[in-house]
Design a protein around this ligand. Structure first.
Ligand SMILES: Nc1ncnc2c1ncn2[C@@H]1O[C@H](COP(=O)(O)OP(=O)(O)OP(=O)(O)O)[C@@H](O)[C@H]1O
Ligand SMILES: Nc1ncnc2c1ncn2[C@@H]1O[C@H](COP(=O)(O)OP(=O)(O)OP(=O)(O)O)[C@@H](O)[C@H]1O
Ligand SMILES: [Mg+2]
Ligand SMILES: [Mg+2]
Lengths: 165, 161, 161, 165
């Protein structure tokens, strides 16, 4: 399984439809402070099933929806789609390529899709579960979190070991 | 699953000792289960000693040494169970240039197993990337993504006079 | 001393709005006493809005924006009650080059009131310093201090090939 | 009041007698990871009266004493002296220049001196109290602490305001 592309619209500061294509190897994301780099990381963690608004730096999921600027009105919905290649054998998928889509509305209502077919959040979470990718995974390191690996209490630190076994 | 956890733990521990030695160019480190009687619930201690120094509590390590130790642990886990992709947001923030160089060399070794997406401000990390995306805000508050080459970054990274 | 706290608070608040505007080149910020009935005990909220963006919880600010906002608050307090000296350890860690440039310019404005000792890895911050000390460990584990010039730093900062 | 010089011997990684002279204006301290820069900051905070070993990254005050390397034995005492100029009118000092000295031994016993005359820790703490400098002062920012200014709870954040009034 590998990442092919990410598409965001209305997610945090990505008001307009934005697409990133991923190659194999290393992709670096750069730019000035506050321009949206960590928001890309939030989008990826959100679309694969992150349920804690706090882990996405917000107070509620609605904080993920573009809330406007001095010149642009807020939007009513946020949508992120992640396309993965080489998915044969993943969960009970028969697809070679999978697109995971998540939406949230101001009401708090969420919608989830696997290859455009509506599904539940837990279908998405289950898809990634055996790959080592999921909320709080050791492979998804938020800004500032690296020091917590050492500063967390010995009992709390177990979580990343348990994910690996 | 006590068996399974034990096996995974020992493997990560061996990887951790190796990774630490590579990143610090020496020194020693290991993981210790706080209570051998209860390995499915007990805490996990991290013991780390940079080269030439004596063993002390990890709290006394410097900011950069702590990051590098945590990186050694993460890489140790990746060796044990590589994920399809990893997303690292400014992991190099506390590292000096020499340590970033070592970090990047080791990261490159993982690229055949996993895809890496790294968010960074650092030139060496960026120079190692195969693909470079710049995030900008030409209209304040609205993010836009531009595909970039390393030389575009070099121009942009010059602070405004 | 409710009077005294109120007066100090209002002064810091005014300074904070000014400092934020200078560091962010626009935007707005202020401090709010959570409970006007109990100003000697209540909490203090920080409200901050970078230029062009809409007001949101400060938790949604980026790493660099958070550092810059905290710097604005610290400078606001220094304006109110300058200390003889200030000691800042890697305060610029999360800032990009353009923000470090603004941070350093404002810091220079305080040098007539206070002595500043800054620990940093950043070239712009170092270039602004009148005195430069390098800390090294020629014998592993034992620190040694060398007085340096900026050009010595430039040579040392090149990563080992 | 301004800083004139700092002298350390046996303090953390500064096994050998080390002296820094401070000029007015800005002094930058640079060097690779782990070489001792933050230890200089710890030495300054310690000599002016920091009592929390945790704030100095240790578990007990003894952690401040040079504990040896592969080639050097540990020492039995740590000593730091800070010399300040222009002190007229400070506390009840009649001195123009003051040297504050602090020692700690492996037993945990501490010694304190003001211009070579033995004194108590609180004499040192009182000296700095009205200047805005002291443990947890807003003018002494440890590595990583800047984010706590914003992430601390509103009630905890008060402390730096109260110091300024
Ligand atoms: N729902 C939203 N609507 C609009 N803007 C938002 C929303 N949520 C967050 N933002 C904005 O996104 C910005 C933060 O972006 P992000 O954290 O991605 O920055 P960054 O590029 O990682 O910067 P740094 O280098 O400082 O870490 C903030 O200014 C914040 O106001
Ligand atoms: N009591 C002690 N005896 C000997 N060495 C010590 C003692 N206490 C701390 N050290 C060593 O000092 C080093 C940390 O130094 P310090 O925190 O000053 O580094 P630094 O220059 O700030 O690095 P960074 O750039 O990573 O923040 C650690 O390697 C630690 O082992
Ligand atoms: Mg960020
Ligand atoms: Mg340090």
């Amino acid at each position: 399984m590998y990442l092919k592309s990410l598409e965001m619209i209305g997610f945090k500061s990505f008001a307009d439809r934005t697409r990133l294509e991923f190659e194999t190897g290393m992709t670096a994301i750069v730019g000035p402070n506050g321009c949206g780099k960590s928001n890309v990381s939030d989008a990826i963690r959100w679309v694969i099933g992150e349920q804690s608004a706090k882990a996405l730096r917000g107070a509620k999921m609605e904080d993920c929806i573009f809330n406007g600027t001095e010149e642009r009105k807020p939007l009513g919905m946020a949508e992120v789609s992640l396309t993965l290649g080489d998915c044969d054998g993943l969960a009970d998928m028969d697809f070679h390529e999978i697109t995971v889509t998540r939406r949230v509305f101001r009401s708090g209502e969420g919608q989830y899709f696997l290859n455009k077919a509506p599904c539940r959040l837990k279908d998405i979470q289950r898809l990634f579960m055996d790959t080592g990718i999921g909320a709080a995974s050791y492979s998804l390191m938020e800004q500032g979190r690296i020091d917590q690996v050492l500063s967390s209490r010995p009992e709390d630190r177990r979580a990343i070991f348990e994910q690996a076994s | 699953t006590t068996e399974m956890f034990r096996r995974t733990f020992d493997q990560i521990n061996a990887n951790f000792e190796t990774m630490f030695g590579k990143l610090f160019r020496g020194g020693a480190a290991k993981l210790v289960l706080v209570n051998e009687e209860d390995i499915l619930e007990c805490g996990i201690e991290i013991i780390a000693r940079p080269p030439g120094k004596r063993l002390q509590n990890i709290s006394l390590l410097s900011g950069g040494e702590r990051t590098l130790t945590a990186v050694a642990l993460l890489f140790a886990i990746y060796m044990c169970k590589p994920s399809p992709f990893c997303l690292l947001d400014e992991m190099d923030a506390a590292l000096d240039e020499a340590n970033i160089s070592r970090f990047v060399k080791i990261l490159e070794g993982f690229l055949k197993l996993s895809q890496f997406i790294v968010i960074t401000h650092n030139r060496q990390t960026i120079a190692a990337a195969g693909t470079l995306y710049g995030v900008t805000m030409p209209k304040k508050g609205i993010s836009k993504i531009v595909s970039m080459k390393f030389r575009d970054f070099e121009k942009q990274a010059e602070p405004a006079a």
